[in-house]
Design a protein. Structure first.
Length: 394
């Protein structure tokens, strides 16, 4: 008797930012490591929808590429308004998008679809239900909360995987029942963040040209960097702080070059794009960056308290993260980085750094190892009638 064919799961991501692909890839790796009886395929939603990408059609640039350019240059002041425009465009092309995705599902025939993207979960769920009725659709939030409304969670028949109590409350408020909501211990991190720690960080610091025992900060603004890194470096240079810095600039070669060429009275190490963020974080004492869920969660997993800013330029989906940082007492939230030197001084006061680190240790994020069990449970109980609640059309 032939063994049954492995179930096929399709992971949906896009490259606006970097956390969506990173989460999908990390979970795929862990599923393969656990030898689950599933085949996991990764699909870039942007590539499926290119012919409906209005910005690309009329301006010659993809939505995800425009978004990344915004991040790289700090053009985020009007992001809430831009997000509302994007949501209106998605609603306008809802029918066309559903038909296009339905054709895709009919061709690929996955046994489960898992979304790692915001904005599009309504069209993803509706199209999949039409093409493959009775099969489970799952949304894994890669943000700490669903903000603004309709960013991640929709009023529809689906499963939701949440990394915070706030997201759980939001799912319930939209009518999702307990058996369709799964709480995990945080955001998905790459399995390398759980590898054995460096035995002698001081030796590694010396290898990078840093002093072995001086307080060390790490600055990171995602995979595309940010010009804010230059402002931070300038504030630190003009201060009296006894610190040294590691700057990880991602794919932003312009920022990396400026930091390498700039005069510095303090020791610094500048890196471009790297897959070794976990390595560099083990050499640091604190983290500075934007309140993105991925980089903040990575820093906290490495027991680094964080310093972030939150203001009118902060992306709307990242504003709750700043509140969460304050509530959990794992870092400092600034109105802007002009005060970053003062924040570093406050965090470095006797006992303060140790207190923050104790708070980071309480989080114990194991989401990447927990979610395969969640998907297995959904497979084991799911049937055409498993989602037994109903929603009223909005």
């Amino acid at each position: 008797m032939e063994p049954p064919c492995p179930r096929r799961i399709e992971f949906i991501f896009f490259d606006a930012g970097g956390g969506h692909r990173a989460a999908a890839t990390a979970l795929q790796m862990e599923i393969e490591s656990q030898r689950r009886p599933w085949t996991v395929d990764l699909t870039n939603l942007q590539e499926l929808l290119d012919q409906l990408d209005i910005l690309q059609k009329y301006a010659g640039i993809r939505i995800q590429d425009f978004y990344n350019t915004m991040l790289r240059n700090g053009w985020t002041l009007g992001s809430p308004q831009l997000m509302r425009v994007l949501q209106c465009v998605i609603r306008l092309y809802h029918g066309s998008t559903v038909r296009m995705l339905e054709a895709h599902w009919q061709e690929t025939q996955p046994d489960m679809v898992v979304s790692f993207v915001p904005h599009f979960n309504r069209v993803l769920c509706e199209s999949y239900a039409r093409a493959c009725p009775g099969r489970p659709f799952v949304t894994v939030l890669t943000d700490l909360a669903d903000y603004p409304p309709h960013f991640w969670i929709e009023r529809q028949r689906q499963y939701v995987v949440c990394g915070t109590d706030r997201a759980i409350q939001q799912a319930k408020s939209l009518g999702h029942s307990d058996d369709c909501i799964f709480r995990v211990s945080g955001m998905i991190l790459h399995p390398r963040f759980y590898e054995a720690r460096i035995e002698n960080p001081t030796t590694e610091r010396e290898r990078l040209g840093l002093l072995p025992d001086m307080p060390t900060g790490l600055v990171l603004f995602g995979g595309h960097g940010s010009r804010a890194m230059l402002q931070i470096a300038e504030r630190i240079e003009s201060s009296k702080l006894d610190v040294q810095m590691i700057y990880i600039c991602g794919k932003n070669e312009e920022i990396a070059a400026a930091l390498r060429l700039g005069r510095s009275r303090r020791r610094r190490f500048v890196e471009g794009f790297t897959t070794g963020v976990n390595h560099y974080m083990q050499l640091a004492d604190f983290f500075i960056g934007k309140p993105g869920p991925g980089s903040v969660s990575e820093a906290l997993a490495m027991r680094l308290p964080v310093i972030v800013e939150c203001n009118a330029w902060t992306l709307p989906q990242e504003r709750y993260n700043a509140k969460w940082i304050t509530e959990n007492q794992v870092g400092l939230v600034l109105p802007n980085f002009r005060r970053v030197d003062r924040a570093i001084a406050d965090m470095s006061e006797p006992g303060a750094l140790a207190r923050y680190r104790r708070k980071t240790a309480l989080l114990a994020n194991r989401a990447v190892f927990e979610i395969p069990d969640v998907l297995s449970r959904i497979f084991s109980v799911h049937s055409g009638s498993a989602l037994n609640y109903s929603f009223q059309a909005e």
